[in-house]
Design a protein around this ligand. Structure first.
Ligand code: ASP
Length: 437
């Protein structure tokens, strides 16, 4: 019998997880059982992915860069990557603003619902504002300063320092490019070998993905708030999902198809396991190992490109987040009866683009940075309480868009530098079977 492809296995895991969660909330003792006995399995899955992320960035980035013959190639790659990332983010914000102005979800919130939501989520909203305060207080060049670590080991010790590790690895890679092969050949071989090992480990981790996502979703459903609030926020949530759907289902595949000639089916079959992991973990950083493996081995993007474009994308290219921030900001303004002028909306394009770049690739980060968009546009920050209840499911969806955008852009960049080929893996079933030599 033909084995099921990985994405189907993961989807089955998701359905089972949701069913277990729904079943658990039927009993008073159910959610606690899920939290005690099932949730830890999901946490282990995320932890193992995060564990592998830093070593993967270092090994693949150094190896990828060291294969470039000269620094000018790095500068071409860098300019194209950042340029395309910025374009897709601005496009995403524009789509978000168009949708929120047409649907006007904020107008569906009456005085009473607004007061109820504000009261119910006041504490959480205050906490998020507190977290955003630090970013707001920092000087204008602080993000630039933060790129440069003063100690390699300190930088490596915190997954939140991904950008610092990327900078260190690029710096190291440049050193290798500048030296002749006979002096640094062994170092190159070491990082190449390390990278191969890590990619193999990701294959092994992906064997457990159906179980990991089942556990994550079961816990999420068991812990979720009441459905009534979801209904009050239905139009807002639908606006965000519609925008993300357009990005994921139309904009990215169309861009990818137009510039690379590859089919929609090819793209989605290749990237879908990463999308499903992004959905279940709500973290582009935790998904990065899967995104890299899928893009390189199943979408045919050369390691030279994936190793550079994807880690940077996971940390700075968040189209789903920027689209959500635009919709959320205008939704809150509408709910408070504010009219936003065209200038204010253009201001949101700029701040949402910057805020999404500054958002960490972890759950809820987009909401923390939303505070900055709100305060720049003069929208009441207290409005955060209005959108709290549905933030997690929307976070899951926007993380899928973030990851899909990174993969699509990596294909565009690869095509532009002639590094897009045929996928290495053709027989996907065999690929995930560990071979014992
Ligand atoms: N969770 C998102 C990500 O990791 C960031 C966000 O909160 O929007 O991509």
């Amino acid at each position: 019998m033909k084995k099921l492809e990985l994405h189907w296995k993961i989807i089955i895991g998701m359905v089972v997880g949701v069913l277990v969660g729904v079943l658990s909330v039927q009993f008073e003792w159910g959610p606690q059982i899920v939290i005690d006995w099932i949730k830890p399995l999901g946490t282990i899955f995320i932890n193992v992915l995060k564990l592998i992320a830093m070593p993967l960035i270092i090994a693949s980035l150094i190896k990828g860069l060291s294969d470039l013959e000269d620094i000018s190639k790095l500068s071409v790659l860098g300019k194209r990557t950042i340029g395309i990332y910025l374009l897709t983010t601005v496009l995403a914000v524009t789509i978000g603003l168009t949708i929120v102005n047409v649907i006007q979800p904020g107008k569906t919130i009456n005085e009473e619902t607004r007061a109820q939501l504000e009261q119910a989520y006041q504490t959480e909203a205050d906490r998020t504002r507190g977290m955003a305060q630090e970013a707001q207080d920092a000087g204008p060049l602080q993000p630039l300063e933060d790129l440069f670590a003063e100690n390699v080991f300190v930088a490596l010790a915190d997954n939140g320092n991904m950008l610092q590790v990327i900078v260190i690895s690029i710096f190291f890679g440049i050193g290798i490019i500048l030296l002749p092969d006979k002096k640094v050949g062994t170092v190159k071989k070491f990082f190449d070998g390390l990278n191969e090992i890590i990619l193999k480990l990701i294959d092994l981790i992906m064997l457990t993905a159906p179980y990991g996502v089942a556990a994550l979703l079961a816990a999420l459903v068991a812990e979720s708030p009441s459905v009534d609030i979801f209904i009050a926020l239905l139009w807002y949530a639908l606006s965000v999902v519609l925008g993300l759907g357009i990005l994921i289902g139309v904009v990215y595949p169309l861009l990818m198809h137009t510039f690379t000639g590859k089919g929609f089916g090819f793209f989605f079959r290749g990237i879908s396991p990463a999308q499903l992991v992004a959905f279940s973990t709500s973290s582009s950083a935790a998904t990065l190992p899967v995104t890299m493996e899928r893009t390189e081995e199943h979408l045919g993007v050369d390691r030279e490109v994936t190793s550079f474009v994807l880690p940077i994308g996971a940390t700075i290219n968040m189209d789903g987040t920027s689209l959500y921030q635009a919709i959320a900001a205008v939704f809150i303004a509408q709910a408070f009866g504010m009219e936003l002028s065209l200038a204010a909306q253009l201001g949101i394009v700029v701040t949402a683009t910057l805020a999404s770049i500054g958002s960490a690739a972890v759950p809820s980060a987009g909401m923390v940075m939303l505070v900055i968009v709100l305060s720049q546009a003069g929208i009441p920050e207290a409005g955060l309480a209005l959108i709290f209840a549905v933030d997690r499911p929307l976070d899951m969806c926007r993380t899928v868009a973030n990851v899909t955008g990174d993969a699509a852009v990596s294909m565009l960049v690869a095509k532009s530098v002639n590094k897009l080929g045929d996928p290495k893996v053709k027989n996907w079933d065999d690929h995930y079977q560990p071979k014992i030599k």
